[in-house]
Design a protein around this ligand. Structure first.
Ligand code: AMP
Ligand code: ZN
Ligand code: FE
Ligand code: FE
Length: 282
């Protein structure tokens, strides 16, 4: 069976494989297509497309936008986007500036406690134009012996409720979906079980996202059980959403997740979902 992975991060955001390395890995493991979906940037798309042409792998231009819903944040994937579309670029400018403001706050709080972390160093290490987030700070803490792994940095320092957690403002869910659609993309609800909603609150979120213009749902995702995947496929059918699936591969930032595989092989997404997602554009 031809399979695809429609949720993948690169060094353009917080992954550790460059776009070219990511596409090369996709080819090595025999994926029919890979969607590049970096957090709040399309900068990895162009180099990935070039690698895809050279290596004969279909690359789908994508993005993963952080958006506000209720009092928290949710992630919306955009597939088949034009990363240069004006409305999207404008929104990304605001989102990235807000991320930078938060990064400065976190790093200043750490520096005040005697942790010699420098934002310029993180920026230089991440490479030109990478969108920095907490994972970059977490990697620095791991590489400099403050924690033994990125996940420990979140658990002890950077996660919500931990001493160096700082909030950031988000664009509303409806605005995120509109940007994706204006950029020619299909908006897909990312990892629907990662937000802590249950029962009626979960249904309300899916309905709100669909009402806002989401046309797909990530039903297959790293760590999801067969029962969860079945429930998501059923919900997608009930709400008229196209089925998507991906691993959320980040390389060494999430070392337990493998491209096109997930944690235990649960991320097996047939290439046939692409037709449904493409049709969902219209
Ligand atoms: P930010 O975008 O700066 O708010 O950071 C959130 C990102 O950090 C998520 O999208 C994940 O990629 C990553 N992340 C969150 N929690 C963890 C964790 N416990 N271990 C590793 N990565 C994480
Ligand atoms: Zn990430
Ligand atoms: Fe996400
Ligand atoms: Fe992701």
């Amino acid at each position: 069976m031809d399979t695809v992975d429609l949720h993948v991060h690169t060094t353009a955001s917080d992954g550790t494989y460059t776009p070219g390395e990511t596409v090369a890995l996709a080819r090595e493991i025999g994926l029919a297509a890979v969607a590049i979906t970096d957090h709040d940037t399309g900068a990895g798309v162009e180099p990935a497309l070039a690698a895809g042409r050279a290596l004969g792998v279909e690359v789908i231009p994508g993005i993963e936008l952080s958006a506000g819903y209720g009092s928290g944040g949710v992630h919306i994937l955009g597939l088949f986007i034009d990363p240069d579309a004006a409305a999207l670029r404008q929104a990304l400018g605001w989102i990235v500036a807000e991320r930078e403001r938060r990064n400065r706050e976190i790093v200043a709080a750490m520096a005040a406690d005697g942790i010699p972390i420098r934002l310029e160093r993180l920026r230089a290490a991440a490479g030109d134009g990478a969108v920095l987030g907490r994972p970059h700070i977490a990697r620095w803490l791991a590489e400099n012996g403050y924690v033994s792994a990125v996940s420990e940095a979140f658990d002890r320092y950077l996660g919500r409720g931990r001493p160096y957690y700082r909030p950031r403002r988000r664009i509303p869910l409806g605005d995120a979906v509109r940007c994706i659609r204006d950029a020619g993309g299909v908006a897909v609800i990312a990892h629907p079980y990662e937000y802590g909603f249950e029962g009626p609150a979960w249904e309300a979120f899916i309905r709100a996202a669909a009402d806002a213009g989401c046309r797909g749902m990530e039903c297959v995702y790293s760590g999801y059980t067969p029962d969860q995947i079945r429930a998501l496929l059923d919900a997608a059918a009930r709400y008229g959403l196209a089925v998507s699936g991906g691993s959320d591969f980040h390389g060494a930032v999430k070392p337990h997740i493998r491209l096109g595989w997930g944690v235990a092989g649960e991320v097996s997404v047939p290439a046939s979902v692409l037709a449904g997602l493409r049709a969902a554009k219209f």
